[in-house]
Ligand binder design. Structure first.
Ligand code: ADP
Length: 618
């Protein structure tokens, strides 16, 4: 309706103006002919129709313009981008809804206000040049600036990325009164020929803060990358160093392996690796030399294939378990070769673990030659021992004769008593029986002494038995009893009870004991009669594998000068001595795997001691 009124008013005005122009044209209708008038009328009618058509056209155009204006106004106000129209002085003339919201003022408060009032002080200069350039050059420009707007609701809010990414406030300078904007402009002259500046104001605050957050994150990332890189460089250096060390170790390992392989193959000792169930895994060349089996023939077989039936019997057929049970010690075993011949071996085992599994390496040494030599030495020792035993018996002969004499005297006395009983009228047969029993006992005693002497001196083969060492000590003491008496020597026995048995040649060890006792008696018998003469014999368990026997006297002792010599063969300080007793005793103890030694001080007595191993059965 408003539009129609404006249109009608406009048409009236135009009509008046047309009449005036017609009047000015000065056409005199009275002087015109009818034909001219008709022509003129016709022309007027044509003009009128033309004008009406133009008028319709104008109306339609006006209507379209009005519709387009309304559309524009709607878009203008619905647009999320703030639009401002300002004049050359920077006064706001128009603002759309987005601009009103952005600047937080009502339209009334905005129109007529300077846009420069909203520009942050730090952007004032830029804003001034921006406007000036627009007015002068009328070019399109873009200005990035900050607007100061009062935004009471947003004053406490944080930088959008602050909490999310953990950026510091210093990096994210967020201020809720500040709005970052991008101003895009264009200039036009209006119908009054005034310059109008159109500004599209884009709120880029969020974009700005996002940028700041990203830059803050980038800095943090760079810092982190720098730190990580430094760490990486450091660990890389460490790794390089480790690789160098590793290479060095690898080289050493290769070298060692090469040496070990050379030793493995060149060794004259057989080397076999076996697993925990006793299955052979590898053998070296020497194994073939010792047993006659090639490696292929042995790998995969059980380890006891190399043990003689005797050895298996000894181990109660559980060779593997028994032998593998003794790690680190050298054992003597009886092996069997491919051709059935037997071979004495020393075996030592070491255990090792590889990839969580346990294995054994057995080292075998063919000790046939050593055994042969040992046998020869034994025989030699046996002969020597026999000779010295005969000598020892000779020396102890008078004492032993005294020992035998005692039961013989008793037998004589008992026999006389018997004869007297028989001569009686009614002989007491019970008493006679008692006396005959005693005669029998004494005869047995004499027989035993003679039997022991005979055993002691008769040539014999070495024969080892398991025996309690204390029994041997008591036997030796028995044979020397008379000598103790004669030389007035007090004997002290300190024998540990329940000692494990030792596997020994009893005659030989008794010989050692007798020899030590005889030497002690010799060292005591020339002592002044006022001195109390003492011999102390002690047996004890020295450690888990040995028994120790000590013979201690308080005799003349041994000079320092003689200490180095007394164990040598043929060294003696006695007029009738052979000087063989101690050297043979030492050989006997050596052959039993023990040690014989002494401690002595001149005039302070002498201690002789020897050890015997307790043989554990394998
Ligand atoms: P022999 O008894 O024939 O001399 P041994 O080999 O038994 O031969 O002894 C060598 C020497 O050792 C003895 O002559 C003696 O000088 C010395 N000797 C051995 N035992 C003792 C001892 N208990 N006290 C002092 N000297 C001893």
């Amino acid at each position: 309706m408003v539009t129609e009124t404006v249109e009608t008013e406009g048409a009236g005005m135009l009509q008046k103006e047309a009449a005036a122009r017609l009047g000015k044209s000065g056409a005199d209708l009275a002087s015109m002919s009818d034909t001219d008038i008709e022509k003129l009328l016709f022309e007027f009618q044509v003009h009128q129709i033309e004008l009406e058509l133009q008028n319709d056209e104008l109306k339609r155009t006006h209507h379209e313009l009005s519709v387009s204006h309304d559309d524009f106004a709607r878009i203008y106000n619905l647009s999320p981008i703030a639009y401002l129209t300002i004049n050359e002085q920077g006064l706001i003339k128009k603002a759309n809804i987005a601009a009103i919201q952005l600047l937080s003022r009502s339209k009334e408060l905005l129109v007529g206000k300077r846009l420069g009032k909203f520009i942050h002080p730090s952007d004032q200069d830029n804003y001034y040049f921006f406007i000036r350039d627009l007015v002068v050059a009328k070019n399109k420009h873009i200005l990035n600036a900050k607007l100061v707007v009062k935004n009471s609701e947003a004053t406490t809010s944080e930088c959008p990325g602050f909490e999310l990414y953990g950026c510091s406030r210093a990096l994210c300078s967020y201020n809720s009164d500040l709005v970052y904007v991008e101003l895009r402009s264009t200039v036009n002259n209006n119908y009054a020929n005034d310059s109008e500046i159109y500004l599209a104001v884009q709120d880029v605050t969020e974009y700005k803060y996002t940028q700041e957050t990203i830059s803050c994150l980038n800095k943090k990332l760079e810092k982190k990358i720098f730190e990580q890189t430094s760490k990486l460089i450091e660990s890389n250096q460490e790794l390089t160093q480790k690789i160098e060390e590793f290479n060095y170790l690898k080289h050493q390992l290769w070298e060692r392996e090469a040496k070990l392989t050379a030793i493995f193959n060149a060794s004259i000792e057989g080397i076999i690796t076996i697993d925990t169930s006793g299955v052979i895994l590898s053998t070296n060349k020497a194994v073939e030399t010792i047993f006659g089996y090639s490696e292929q023939e042995l790998v995969g077989c059980r380890f006891d294939k190399l043990m003689s039936p005797l050895q298996k019997k000894k181990q109660r057929h559980n060779v593997t378990a028994n032998i593998l049970g003794v790690i680190g010690l050298t054992r003597e075993i009886d092996g069997i070769c491919k051709d059935g011949s037997r071979v004495p071996l020393d075996i030592s085992l070491v255990e090792y673990a590889l990839d969580g599994a346990n294995y054994f390496t057995g080292i075998f040494r063919d000790v046939s030659l050593r055994k042969h030599q040992e046998q020869q030495e034994k025989e030699h020792l046996e002969e020597l021992a026999h000779v010295t035993r005969v000598g020892l018996m000779g020396e102890m002969g008078s004492g032993i004769a005294h020992e035998v004499n005692q039961p013989l005297t008793a037998i004589t006395n008992y026999t006389q008593a018997c004869l007297r009983f028989i001569d009686a009228e009614n002989p007491d047969l019970v008493q006679l029986g008692d006396i005959l029993f005693k005669i029998h006992q004494q005869a047995l005693k004499a027989g035993q002494i003679i039997h022991r002497m005979k055993n002691f001196v008769s040539p014999r083969k070495i024969c080892r038995i398991s025996i309690d060492i204390n029994t041997l000590v008591e036997d030796a003491v028995g044979l020397s009893a008379n000598a103790f008496k004669q030389s007035k020597i007090k004997l002290e026995l300190d024998l540990e009870k329940n000692l494990p048995e030792v596997t020994i040649d009893d005659i030989q060890i008794e010989q050692v004991l007798l020899n030590l006792l005889r030497n002690s008696i010799d060292a005591l018998k020339d002592m002044p009669p006022t001195t109390s003469r003492k011999i102390r014999i002690q047996t004890s368990l020295k450690n888990i594998n040995e028994i120790e026997v000590k013979v201690h006297d308080n005799g003349s002792g041994i000079d320092d000068a003689q200490k180095d010599k007394i164990l040598n063969p043929f060294f003696t300080t006695k007029s009738t001595g052979m000087g063989m007793g101690l050297s043979i005793s030492r050989s006997i103890i050596d052959a039993h795997g023990g040690i014989l030694n002494f401690k002595s001080k001149s005039e302070k007595g002498t201690l002789f001691y020897f050890t015997l191993p307790i043989k554990r059965k394998i």
